[in-house]
Structure formats: structure tokens, C-alpha cells
Design a protein around this ligand. Structure first.
Ligand code: AMO
Length: 437
């Protein structure tokens, strides 16, 4: 007999079946044991007697043979997909015995963050924690499908690179055959090069940032969903593309992950037109609302990001907002200055419920201008030789953006810490094991 999945059992009343999975919860009633069996489709109640059943413990992996029967009306569980039936077990094969658990997996997100991460293989088995990554999978898939539909080509970028790209010192240096190299802070330079090949490209990249402090919004390694497009008519086209992508990502999550969203008691934002405002204007609004004067700052502080999102929601019913025209001196060398005011750039961030989830903008596509900026930003052009080649030999007006996968999920699900949205987070004090405790 071939194994069937738990959710298939509802069509098998009266039939003999084999199912396999993990023992989720065990409830002994005298000589009878009730337990839920978990497989990739969900839970199924099983009822068994005998010594093997009595010895079953949570997380044991078993193969069960038995008959699917309909539960009496008042014993049916409406909250469970298979709640109408149960398996009357005839034979139990233990495929793998689990050791005593350090905590009940049901505790899930109630566990402290260090425990959540120290026991990741176990805590990921929790229904709600698992849901985070089901939603993340859907977000990434929808990103990919949207870009494909918009005629972008998927490409892969190396992550061992000769130089930092995003400015700042947040870069991991590695020993590369006795020579210095770095882990890529972003696939930025490669996606730009690839515009000169395919016009429109996207990538699901891993990006590395040697963030010097532990915050709830930074990881040392994160998933960067990158897109870059050539022959743009205006830099606003980039924001239009972002909007389409976000709309698709959220509606795919809503369509395919309703059960998972319910666990978090959240719904996806309904995106129509995301408000767009210049950084200076945003700072003015924040000053008026809070009396906090950050009008001379080159960026928004975390509190300012929260405040401007509140404003966006109150005045435009939008949980997301574009902030544009960040100062030239604070953006990476490749960012296109606004020709009406070269102190500002044609760049943007998307903030969602108080946190930046996307950065993007138009790039400098003129070779001489780019070369001069590489030097102005204190870099050695020879480190950028391959990159600059693409511009030397013809690059159309272009731009793009990158979405932090963990960040959008954190914000959607109201998670307290970005680490909760990363399967195996890397931070200052952790590479699977704790480094400094
Ligand atoms: P930026 O550095 O703003 O821009 O990064 C883009 C997006 O990546 C996410 N992100 C992070 N997520 C988790 N941990 C971090 N340490 C971290 N750093 C960044 C954020 C952010 O919005 N090359 C440009 C993008 C572009 O212009 O196309 C870049 O990397 O969601």
C-alpha cells in the first residue's frame, strides 16, 4: 500500500491507508492513546492501543497503518482540515525515535529569541513559525513571477567580490588565496552590468553586511530581491515597477497564505497608489507633527520612519510610502544626481509600517561621470574595472531597486525582530551557535 497524505484522508472514509509523519501531540486515555500526526499537509488525529502506542512521544517519526473512520458529529473539529475523520490505528512502525524535547514545540513564539534560535531545527517545526517561511517563500515566488511577466531575465551574481559597493565600512573582508576580497554587500554592480546584456534583469541574491551593532532590523546576511532595468524614460518608472511588484507580492500572499496570515491575525496592505514625497518634505511633516527638527539630517531616523508612515496611513490610507531625493553625498557613487539640484539624487526608499524595505533609484550611465564619481567616493577605479567596462561600451539610461525579503515579512507579520524572519540568522553574536555568550 502506498502512503497517502493527511489531507487526503477525508476522501478515504472506510478505507485502509498508510500515513507517515511526526507525532505532534499525545493524549493518553487509559489504555487508548489519542495523538495528532503531522505531515507536510497538516494534522490528522489517530487513535491507537497497545504498548507501542503508549510509548509514543512528541516528534517521534512513525508510519501508521489503519482505517479512516468518520468521527461522531460532536467529536468533529471544525478548525482542522481533517477534523471530520480519524485514523483507527492497526499497526505502528517507529521510523525514528525522538529524544526528550527541551520544551514543548507548541510554545513556539512565546520562547525567548535566544532559545528560538538556539533550537532552530525544533522551533521551525512550530506551526506559526513555519508559517513565516511559507509566506516568505510565496513573497519570493511572487517577486520572481512578477519580474518574469515584466520580461526581466533572472541572472546570478557572485558573492565574492573585489571591493565594497554600498559605501561605509560594513563589509566582510575575506582571505582570498592570501589576497584581500570581500563578501558582496549587494549584487548592485553585477545587476547593472547585466542591463547591458539583457536590458532587464532580476536576481534573488544573498547580501552580506558587517553591521557593527545588534539591532532588531539588521542581519549580517540577508536575502536581497534585486531588479534593474534599462531604457527607462524617467526614474519614476522605477517606482511604478516597485508598486506593481509589491501589489503582486501582497496579493499572492493573500491568495495562497490566508491560513498563515490568520495565525498572525494580520492582513496584507491594499496597494493603490503609494504616496511619494521628497525627504525634505517628509522631514518638514515630521517637524510639524512631533516638533522634532531633523530637517538637516541626510536620512530619516528609525523614529522618523515610524512617524512618516503614520502620516501616510492617516492622510493617504497607505501603510507604505516612497521617500525620494536623498542627498548625493549620502548615497553610493553610482546614484544619479537630480539635474535640477545636484545635491539631491533620483533615488528612493520604500517604508512600510515604519521600516525601510526597499531602496532604489536611477544610476549614472555615462562612463566619464561614473569614473569621476568612483574616484570622488575615494575608490580605486582598478577595483571597478569590470564594472566600468559595461559603461565604457554603451549603457542605456537605467535604474533599479532591491527589496529586503526578511524586512517585508517582518513588517507584514508584525514580528519584533528581523531574526525571526530569517531561517538561520547571522548576526554579530551568532553563526548558528552563539559566539560571545
Ligand atoms: P540598501 O543598502 O538600502 O540598498 O539595501 C536594500 C534593501 O536591503 C535590505 N537590507 C537589509 N536587510 C537586512 N539586514 C541588513 N543589514 C540590510 N541592509 C539592507 C533593506 C534595504 O531596503 N544596491 C542598493 C539597492 C538598489 O539601489 O538597487 C542597496 O543595496 O530592505
Amino acid at each position: 500500500m502506498k502512503r497517502i497524505l493527511n489531507t487526503e484522508t477525508i476522501k478515504c472514509i472506510g478505507k485502509s491507508v498508510i500515513i507517515k509523519g511526526w507525532v505532534d501531540t499525545v493524549r493518553a486515555h487509559g489504555s487508548i492513546v489519542f495523538f495528532d500526526l503531522r505531515d507536510r499537509t497538516g494534522l490528522l488525529q489517530a487513535v491507537a492501543g497497545g504498548e507501542i502506542a503508549k510509548a509514543l512521544k512528541e516528534e517521534d517519526v512513525v508510519e501508521l497503518q489503519g482505517e479512516i473512520v468518520e468521527r461522531p458529529e460532536k467529536m468533529q473539529n471544525k478548525d482542522l482540515l481533517t477534523g471530520q475523520v480519524e485514523l483507527q490505528v492497526k499497526e505502528i512502525k517507529v521510523l525514528s525515535k525522538a529524544q526528550e524535547l527541551p520544551f514543548a514545540i507548541k510554545e513556539g513564539m512565546k520562547l525567548s529569541l535566544p532559545v528560538l534560535l538556539d533550537f532552530r531545527p525544533l522551533t521551525l517545526r512550530n506551526e506559526k513559525i513555519k508559517a513565516i517561511f511559507k509566506i516568505e517563500e510565496k513573497a519570493i515566488l511572487a517577486f520572481r513571477q512578477t519580474m518574469e511577466k515584466l520580461d526581466f531575465t533572472e541572472v546570478q551574481a557572485p558573492t565574492i567580490v573585489p571591493t565594497a559597493t554600498e559605501g561605509g565600512s560594513e563589509v566582510f573582508k575575506i582571505d582570498y588565496y592570501g589576497k584581500p576580497a570581500f563578501l558582496g554587500q549587494s549584487p548592485q554592480l553585477y545587476k547593472q552590468i547585466m542591463v547591458s546584456v539583457f536590458e532587464r534583469v532580476y536576481m534573488l541574491a544573498h547580501a552580506y553586511r558587517a553591521e557593527p551593532s545588534v539591532t532588531t532590523r539588521h542581519l549580517s546576511e540577508y536575502i536581497s530581491l534585486d531588479a534593474e532595468m534599462g531604457f527607462i524614460e524617467s526614474w519614476e518608472e522605477l517606482m511604478d515597477t516597485c508598486e506593481v511588484m509589491l501589489k503582486n507580492v501582497f496579493s499572492a500572499i493573500e491568495k495562497d497564505c490566508s491560513k498563515e496570515l490568520e495565525l498572525f491575525e494580520v492582513s496584507v496592505p491594499k496597494i493603490k497608489k503609494i504616496p511619494r514625497l521628497k525627504l525634505k518634505k517628509a522631514q518638514q511633516i515630521i517637524l510639524e507633527r512631533t516638533k522634532r527638527d531633523n530637517t538637516n539630517e541626510p536620512d530619516l531616523s528609525p523614529e522618523d520612519e515610524v512617524e512618516i508612515c503614520k502620516w501616510s496611513f492617516e492622510t493617504h490610507k497607505s501603510e507604505l510610502v516612497f521617500i525620494t531625493h536623498y542627498p548625493t553625498k549620502k548615497r553610493p557613487f553610482y546614484t544619479m544626481p537630480d539635474k535640477d539640484n545636484p545635491e539631491e539624487t533620483l533615488s528612493f526608499d520604500v517604508l512600510y509600517k515604519g521600516l525601510e524595505i526597499i531602496t532604489g533609484g536611477q544610476r549614472i550611465n555615462d562612463y566619464e561621470q561614473l569614473l569621476s564619481n568612483v574616484k570622488k567616493w575615494g575608490n580605486d577605479p582598478s577595483d571597478f574595472e569590470i564594472y566600468l567596462q559595461a559603461f565604457k561600451y554603451g549603457m542605456p539610461p537605467e535604474g533599479g531597486f532591491a527589496l529586503g525579503a526578511e524586512r517585508i515579512i517582518k513588517q507584514l507579520l508584525n514580528l519584533e525582530n528581523l531574526r525571526e524572519a530569517s531561517l538561520f540568522p547571522r548576526d554579530m553574536s551568532r553563526i548558528d551557535k552563539r559566539l560571545n555568550v
